[in-house]
Design a protein around this ligand. Structure first.
Ligand SMILES: Cc1cc2nc3c(=O)[nH]c(=O)nc-3n(C[C@H](O)[C@H](O)[C@H](O)COP(=O)(O)OP(=O)(O)OC[C@H]3O[C@@H](n4cnc5c(N)ncnc54)[C@H](O)[C@@H]3O)c2cc1C
Length: 390
């Protein structure tokens, strides 16, 4: 099929446009529930049912286990997240975590574990979670203290994981642990004795978040995901496939905020003119439009590259994540400003978008952590005499 048949060099191929339309239809069908779900600290049953019925979670597992694509496709995940996040952060998180929480299992799980869990992830009959962060450890994951040891042929997991999305509602946790001098991932089914979940924190844009304590939790030996010592490689593989999708979610939020700003500023008159034509307001609107289009171009390009080769395009995914989340921060702030006091009303759509944009600059790699890593790569390439940041 030629590029022209696929929609042109800078257009999404039709299969992604169809997926976008499907996700937009799902989002529109639950828009009336978004205000309730986005304040919830537990999985919202209406959103869960709608996402399950839509069968879109099939995008988060490979076709061998009932998925839509042979391998998890970063561009597919990105366009779905863009459509969902513009309407509900809760819905977007529920969708994305199915992939983020299970990707390591797709890549490195034993046959028995993959067969047990991945079909259920794809149908949303099981909810996934990824447990890396600890109370004293965030960006610097090599400092974790959770452990896995082998006792009598079983794996024993102990430790405290914190700020874990889906904690309490998840059916499985993929847990990063120390194993002697190495790091390993272990799949722990949520019903296993020795797990305690609390919800000590809630954030400004409520999420299904909790702390999970594993106290000598025993699972069969085949629940180690990958080989001993493969924990970081699998966590990195997860980032390489999914980081760019945060850009998609941020674009959804930014676009929705610009739409709100337009709705308000074209509908309200001051000084005998619509706000949208007053003073710097037109520039602020146009600037947001430009930034969204630029961020979208990079996000789709990076996501397409990640679909082809996630590891080789990690720098592009990182740029797209920082670019789009920082744009979302600026766009929501401008939207609030041009809406004046109506931008500040609690419970309004713009208030929700304003809060939703903020955590995106912190999770899945804080902006400053990514900038530091990109700068290192840039300097290394320069030193190698390539002279190009590509
Ligand atoms: C909504 C939400 C959902 C989450 N879900 C999960 C989950 O499902 N599973 C999970 O394991 N974790 C989850 N987290 C935790 C998340 O991964 C961490 O917040 C993130 O890794 C950052 O760690 P930290 O918050 O401890 O910040 P810290 O590591 O304490 O860093 C604080 C700040 O210091 C700066 N900084 C830190 N290191 C560097 C560096 N090397 N160079 C430059 N600047 C630096 C950055 O500005 C950073 O924002 C979630 C967090 C949120 C907000």
């Amino acid at each position: 099929m030629s590029i022209a048949d696929e929609g042109g060099l800078f257009e999404l191929p039709s299969r992604y446009r169809e997926l976008q339309a499907e996700a937009s239809e799902l989002a529109a069908s639950v828009a009336a529930r978004a205000a309730v779900a986005d304040e919830a600290d537990a999985v919202d049953p209406v959103m869960l049912r709608a996402l399950r019925d839509s069968r879109l979670a099939e995008v988060t597992v490979g076709s061998e286990y009932g998925g839509r694509f042979p391998r998890i496709d970063s561009l597919a995940v990105t366009v779905v997240r863009e459509a969902l996040a513009g309407v509900s952060g809760h819905l977007d998180s529920l969708f994305a975590m199915q992939g983020i929480g299970s990707f390591a299992v797709s890549e490195g799980g034993s046959d028995a574990v993959r067969e047990r869990w991945l079909p259920a992830i794809g149908t949303l009959d099981a909810i996934a979670a990824l447990a890396l962060t600890e109370p004293d450890v965030g960006s610097d994951l090599k400092a974790i203290s959770a452990t896995v040891t082998t006792v009598g042929g079983q794996l024993v997991v102990s430790g405290h994981k914190s700020f874990i999305t889906n904690a309490g509602d998840a059916d499985l946790y993929t847990v990063l642990c120390r194993e002697d001098d190495l790091f390993s991932l272990v799949l722990v089914p949520a019903g296993t004795p020795g797990i305690t979940v609390t919800r000590p924190h809630q954030i400004i844009a409520p999420h299904v978040l909790g702390d999970v304590v594993f106290d000598g939790v025993r699972v069969p030996a085949d629940h180690r995901v990958g080989e001993p010592g493969q924990g970081f490689a699998l966590a990195l593989a997860t980032l390489a496939t999914f980081r760019v999708s945060v850009a998609g979610a941020a674009l959804g939020v930014a676009q929705a905020a610009l739409d709100e700003a337009l709705r308000h500023t074209t509908g309200r008159q001051q000084f005998g003119s619509p706000l949208a034509r007053l003073g710097p307001v037109p520039s602020l609107l146009a600037l947001s439009w430009i930034e969204i289009e630029m961020a979208r171009s990079l996000a789709y390009r990076a996501a397409a590259a990640a679909t082809r080769d996630p590891r080789a395009s990690m720098h592009l995914s990182s740029m797209a994540k920082v670019g789009a989340t920082e744009v979302a921060g600026r766009v929501v702030d401008r939207a609030v400003q041009v809406m004046g006091r109506f931008g500040l009303v609690r419970g309004s759509v713009i208030e929700r978008l304003y809060r939703e944009a903020r955590p995106m600059r912190i999770y899945e790699g804080a902006t400053e952590v990514i900038l530091d890593s990109l700068a290192r790569q840039l300097i290394k390439r320069h030193g190698a005499g390539q002279g190009s940041a590509e």
